[in-house]
Ligand binder design. Structure first.
Ligand code: 6GU
Length: 372
C-alpha cells in the first residue's frame, strides 16, 4: 500500500513515522509513505497557501490551487483514494481503518487554519475523516493517528494477524485484562483460571471479561457487538447497573419464503441493505437488533417456524420505502396514509404473500415511548 500525505508541516511526521509499526511496515516494504507540501505547488514569490475568507470572518482558508495541483500531480502517477482530515468528517473507527486499508493508494490531506476552500471538498476529496469530537489546530496529528490505525490492517505489517483479531474493538468489544509473570506481585494475584492451562476455560473467561468491561466502560459499543442472546442479556444487566430485568427479548422474526436467493434480492432492495446468508435456506437482515430471517421452510433444517402475521418496520422516510417496495416488486395493498393510531404507514405483500407494513418512525409509538 502507498500513502501520500499532503501537509504544510512535513517535519511533524519524522518522529512518529521513524519508529514503531509504521517504520517497520516501511522497512518490510509493505507500506510506502511519502510527504508532499502544497507550498511547493504555488507559483508566486511568497508561496502563499492561504487567504482570507470571502464574506469576511476570522482566520484563514487554504486556497484551492496548491491543493488541486499537488493532488492532481499525485493522481497522475496512480489513482488514489483522497481523504481529507477534518473535524467535520466521519468518525474514525476500526471499521473505517480496515476499509481504508483495502485501498492500494491513499492520498491524505491535512486541513489547517479555519478550513479549506469548499471546492477542494467538492471536486478533489473522496472521503472526510475526523479522529474524534475535539478540535486540533491542524490535521497532522490526525494523519499520524489515521496512518497507524490503517497500517495495522495491511497484511504483513503486524507481527501476527492473531493479535489484530483479538484486540480491542476487533469484535466490537474491548479487550480482556492481560497479565504476565510474576504470578503474584505485591500481593496481587493473577486470576487462577489463567494459570490453569485449560484453554477452553481461559477463552470463556476472556470472553466474559471483554463483555463485562465493555458493558461497564463503553455501553455504547454493545449495540453493534456480536453477542449471543445470553451474553447480551448479561451485558445489558451490567450496563444498567445490575438491575435485574427478566423481560423476554424479541430477537428474530421469521418470514417463510419460497426461494431464498430471490428473497435475499427482494428484501435487499426493499430494505436497502444486503443482509447475510447464514445458512443455505436462510438469509438474515439485522433490523436494529431484531433479525428478519427469510427462511425456506421446505429446505431449512434449523427448525425455524414462520412467525405469525404482519411484520412492521419503522423507517425514516416512508415515501422512499414505498418507492423501494414498488421497485422491488412488492404488491401494495394499502397506500401511504395516516392511520387512526396516528401512524403514517403503507402495507404491502412480498412475493410469497407475507404481509409487511412500513411506518414513518416519527409517528410510531410503543407503550408511550417513541421507538428508537
Ligand atoms: Cl481530522 N482535524 C482537525 N483539525 N481537528 C480534528 C480532527 C481532524 N479530528 C478531530 N479533531
Amino acid at each position: 500500500m502507498r500513502i501520500d500525505i499532503v501537509t504544510l508541516f512535513p517535519e511533524m511526521f519524522a518522529g512518529p513515522f521513524g519508529a514503531g509499526i509504521v517504520a517497520r511496515a516501511r522497512a518490510a516494504g509493505v507500506v510506502e509513505v511519502a510527504l508532499h507540501n502544497p507550498r511547493d505547488y504555488t507559483h508566486d514569490r511568497h508561496h502563499v497557501v492561504d487567504d482570507t475568507p470571502f464574506g469576511g470572518g476570522p482566520g484563514m482558508v487554504l486556497k484551492p490551487e496548491p491543493l488541486f495541483e499537488c493532488v492532481e500531480a499525485l493522481q497522475a502517477q496512480a489513482r488514489g483514494h483522497v481523504v481529507l482530515l477534518t473535524p467535520q468528517g466521519r468518525l474514525l473507527s476500526d471499521a473505517v481503518a480496515r476499509e481504508l486499508a483495502e485501498q492500494a493508494r491513499l492520498i491524505v490531506i491535512c486541513g489547517h487554519y479555519e478550513g479549506v476552500d469548499e471546492r477542494v471538498r467538492e471536486a478533489l476529496v473522496d472521503d472526510e475523516v475526523s479522529i474524534g469530537d475535539f478540535v486540533l489546530s491542524g490535521g497532522e496529528p490526525a494523519a499520524i493517528v489515521l496512518v497507524d490505525a490503517v497500517v495495522r490492517h495491511v497484511p504483513g505489517a503486524l507481527g501476527s494477524q492473531q493479535s489484530l483479531a483479538e484486540e480491542s474493538h476487533a469484535g466490537g468489544l474491548l479487550e480482556y485484562p492481560q497479565y504476565t509473570r510474576p504470578a503474584e506481585y505485591r500481593g496481587m494475584r493473577v486470576p487462577e483460571v489463567l494459570l490453569s492451562g485449560d484453554h477452553a476455560k481461559v477463552a470463556a473467561w476472556r470472553r466474559e471479561q471483554s463483555i463485562l468491561r465493555t458493558a461497564r466502560r463503553r455501553p455504547d459499543l454493545l449495540e453493534r457487538a456480536r453477542l449471543t442472546v445470553a451474553e447480551r442479556r448479561m451485558a445489558e444487566r451490567v450496563a444498567r447497573g445490575q438491575r435485574v430485568d427478566v423481560r423476554p427479548r424479541l430477537f428474530r422474526v421469521v418470514v417463510p419464503v419460497g426461494e431464498v436467493d430471490r428473497a435475499a434480492a427482494f428484501y435487499a432492495q426493499l430494505l436497502g441493505f444486503a443482509g447475510e446468508r447464514v445458512a443455505p435456506a436462510r438469509h438474515d437482515f439485522d433490523c436494529g437488533g431484531t433479525i428478519l430471517a427469510c427462511v425456506d421452510p421446505r429446505a431449512d433444517d434449523g427448525g425455524l417456524r414462520p412467525s405469525a402475521g404482519c411484520v412492521y418496520f419503522a423507517v425514516e422516510d416512508v415515501a422512499a420505502a414505498y418507492d423501494r417496495a414498488r421497485a422491488a416488486g412488492a404488491r401494495i395493498t394499502d397506500r401511504v396514509r395516516r392511520r387512526a393510531s396516528g401512524e403514517r404507514s403503507f402495507y404491502c405483500r412480498d412475493p410469497w404473500d407475507n404481509p409487511l407494513c412500513f411506518a414513518d418512525e416519527a409517528t410510531v409509538f410503543s407503550g408511550g415511548r417513541s421507538v428508537p
